[in-house]
Write a protein that binds this ligand. Structure first.
Ligand SMILES: Cc1cc2nc3c(=O)[nH]c(=O)nc-3n(C[C@H](O)[C@H](O)[C@H](O)COP(=O)(O)OP(=O)(O)OC[C@H]3O[C@@H](n4cnc5c(N)ncnc54)[C@H](O)[C@@H]3O)c2cc1C
Length: 403
């Protein structure tokens, strides 16, 4: 007999645990399944944007996450020609003015624990397929394990295999790829997050995100698409090796020790064209393509879309309205919140991330605090900042500085 619940959530990353937490808080019977027991590692840069911090705060988890995180209050951006821009994280009303670097080993375990404390249950299960059945869904896993539910949230990250098998995706979407490793014994850390557009394939970037002590998460990622794909490294690990040997990184890592393998992973950045609803199934986080196509960050959107999926499902259960039209309102809500941001970031990635334009932007932003703030807010995926980034605003920043 399959286990039964109101809502089954497949995938216990930030999107799945957020959905399970908010569903359980609404009094629904939630079963969260993942192919791994936790704590488990997840290949990531470990950077939490102010948006992500706002969500953790709303969930009552920010203070706990601070105990395993390292706050960074500024960013250093290095242009392809080697010139650098150093700037504080902009403060926006209602947002925290810092980022927090938290190894996913700890963050995801804390999020899962929080969802369980709110009343959700957890089962280890590698899901093979999710079938639509009369009045609900049937989730089938390895070894004959099964879960039956009235509705489901799928939050399996970049694992598109399940979505292809189910027919949610017709083909594999174009994805970014990135790799990271950890170092300790680094010299010259300033407590700033560093972004490198030098010595990495473009569009893409390298990063160094500091952790407690003299440790850091160092990585590189890029989008191999279109004509330039032929000349790019075959793997993200190769791009990271190139960055580690670069003049920018060598002074920092020369005396340091690598404390873990280089791990690569794809990133789904295709929300602008991705399906988000499939019968009684809502897709959340990276399973809905919700990773910023410019910065590669997606923990914030995972937490937000998990909450949105939960609130829509809670209303569906309260009103007893399981019609396709009601489920599709989740897609409409996601589009309202994220579509413009993704279309804009796709355009910027495809047009502005060239050596010439990046050199120019960094040179101008060094002199103009208002342009600096705008660039950092775009990198941090702040949609409020984006609303002000009309082409006139960009033009004004470039030719008619205020700051
Ligand atoms: C190298 C790299 C660096 C990154 N750096 C950052 C960063 O600094 N900041 C940031 O915000 N984002 C970053 N990202 C993106 C971020 O990792 C994702 O946006 C985020 O993890 C998405 O969360 P999620 O919950 O949607 O999916 P995930 O975190 O991927 O969670 C999916 C879960 O589903 C489970 N699962 C998958 N398939 C199955 C199955 N068939 N059955 C059962 N369980 C399954 C997995 O085990 C996993 O636990 C980075 C990504 C990469 C690859």
């Amino acid at each position: 007999m399959p286990a039964t619940c109101d809502v089954a959530v497949v995938g216990a990353g930030p999107a799945g645990s957020s959905a399970a937490y908010f569903l359980a808080r609404q009094g629904l019977k939630v079963l969260l399944v993942d192919r791994f027991e936790f704590p488990r590692d997840k290949t990531c840069g470990d950077g939490l944007t102010p948006r992500a911090l706002a969500m953790l705060d709303q969930m009552g988890l920010l203070e706990t996450v601070h105990t395993v995180g390292f706050p960074t209050r500024g960013m250093v951006i290095q242009a392809p020609n080697g010139s650098t821009l150093s700037a504080p994280i902009p403060t926006i009303a209602g947002r925290f003015g810092y980022t927090l670097i938290v190894p996913r080993l700890h963050l995801d375990a804390l999020l899962l624990e929080h969802a369980l404390r709110a009343g959700a249950s957890f089962q280890k299960m590698r899901v093979q397929t999710v079938e639509q059945v009369p009045r609900g869904v049937l989730i089938r896993g390895d070894g004959g394990a099964a879960v039956s539910a009235a509705a489901a949230v799928i939050a399996v990250g970049a694992n598109v295999g399940l979505l292809l098998r189910m027919g949610v995706l017709a083909r594999q979407p174009a994805m970014m790829v990135a790799a990271r490793t950890y170092f300790e014994g680094l010299t010259g850390l300033t407590g700033h997050s560093r972004f490198y557009f030098s010595d990495v394939p473009l569009p893409g970037y390298g990063w160094l995100f500091p952790l407690n002590g003299d440790r850091a998460n160092i990585g590189a990622g890029f989008f191999a698409h279109g004509p330039q794909a032929q000349s790019m490294p075959k793997t993200p690990a190769q791009a990271l090796t190139g960055l580690l040997k670069s003049p920018a990184l060598q002074p920092l890592v020369a005396q340091a020790r690598q404390i873990g393998p280089v791990k690569g992973h794809p990133l789904r950045v295709d929300f602008a064209t991705a399906p988000t609803v499939f019968g009684r199934i809502l897709l959340a986080g990276e399973a809905a393509g919700l990773v910023n196509p410019l910065s590669g960050e997606g923990i914030d959107y995972a937490l937000e879309s998990g909450q949105m999926a939960a609130m829509h499902l809670a209303e569906i259960f309260q009103q007893g309205d399981f019609s396709p039209a009601r489920f599709s309102r989740y897609d409409a809500a996601l589009r309202r919140r994220f579509q413009a941001l993704f279309v804009f970031c796709n355009r910027v990635r495809d047009s502005a991330l060239t050596p010439r334009r990046l050199n120019l932007l960094v040179a101008l932003a060094r002199k103009r605090p208002s342009l600096q703030k705008m660039l950092l807010n775009i990198v941090l995926g702040e949609e409020d900042a984006l609303q002000r980034v009309s082409k006139w605003a960009v033009l004004r920043e470039l030719v008619w500085p205020r700051g």
